[in-house]
Design a protein around this ligand. Structure first.
Ligand code: SF4
Length: 290
């Protein structure tokens, strides 16, 4: 574990974490909502530092990134934990664990080892992915600094739910990101994920303004964010505020975690999203999970 980079000390040994917009106030001995940051006697620790729960070499298109280092492999890893609780989480075994009391699991692998592995496996990039890199910020950042020194590119696959403070630390070392954007409807974020949408839009704007290669993914879920109005507002946001060349991945939902009774997204809905995206001016629309 490692001391968290972004928090402030409060009276009576409480702390306020500023890594993500939850800004959890955490009592001594307790953890934040992500369940991997713990207040130990007034010091906030990232319990997941150095603990890799998932590791693989993937095609970069699987992130998905279709316009960044195409046809290359990317060295990918994650720790346990996430700051959102999306009911349809496709990686819930690792992202929605541990519990508030359970130890954080994972194989001990240092940032240096990750970079060494990526080089040995001839991967031109390292991806922080599978769960949510925001909640393993310290581990990701240490790896990114070493990756850049070694000439590797860095990729975040993220829900975008992070603070400006986190972005400030991250952006100097970030080359590309796929950001999951579920739509402007805060009821969707609140009801299904336990978050809000504005911080995600702000992350997207700031990444694009900083020159990061950004691609956006929307998992289209029947009855949640599949209305023409919802799809239109997502497409318009991307086209107007991020730019018409920013790729939009419209992804098909398959039942997972708490949404096992929701049907698979009909192909017609994805086709409709494509039409809506084109009408909004988007030039790169990719239908996924088909
Ligand atoms: S990173 Fe974790 S502890 Fe920090 S504000 Fe977010 S959910 Fe809370």
């Amino acid at each position: 574990m490692k001391e968290s980079l972004l928090y402030e000390k409060l009276p009576e040994d409480r702390v306020r974490c500023s890594t993500c917009p939850h800004r959890c106030v955490i009592a001594p001995g307790a953890r934040g909502l992500c369940r991997v940051r713990e207040n130990q006697r007034g010091i906030l620790f990232a319990l997941n530092y150095g603990k890799t729960i998932a590791l693989a070499v993937d095609p970069v298109e699987k992130k998905p990134l279709y316009h960044f280092l195409p046809h290359t492999k990317t060295y990918s890893f994650a720790t346990q934990g996430c700051n959102l609780r999306c009911a349809w989480c496709q990686n819930w075994e690792i992202a929605q664990s541990p519990s508030f009391q359970a130890p954080v699991e994972g194989r001990l692998i240092s940032p240096e080892e990750h970079v060494k592995n990526a080089l040995a496996l001839h991967c031109p990039s390292i991806s922080f992915t599978y769960s949510e890199p925001t909640i393993f910020l310290e581990y990701a950042l240490d790896t990114m600094v070493r990756a850049k020194e070694a000439g590797l590119k860095t990729i975040w696959v993220t829900n975008g739910y992070m603070t400006p403070e986190t972005l400030e630390l991250l952006l100097p070392y970030l080359d590309a990101a796929n950001v999951d954007y579920k739509g402007a409807d805060d009821q969707v974020y609140q009801k299904y994920c336990g978050g809000t949408s504005a911080p995600v839009r702000e992350t997207l704007r700031r990444m694009v303004a900083a020159g990061v290669h950004v691609e956006v993914t929307t998992l289209v879920i029947p009855g949640v964010n599949d209305s023409p109005e919802s799809l239109d507002s997502i497409a318009r946001f991307i086209a107007k505020e991020l730019g018409p060349t920013v790729p939009w991945h419209v992804s098909r939902f398959f039942p997972a975690w708490k949404m096992l009774n929701t049907p698979i997204t009909p192909k017609e809905t994805l086709d409709l999203a494509e039409e809506i995206g084109k009408a909004a001016g988007l030039l790169r629309i990719h239908l996924g999970n088909l």
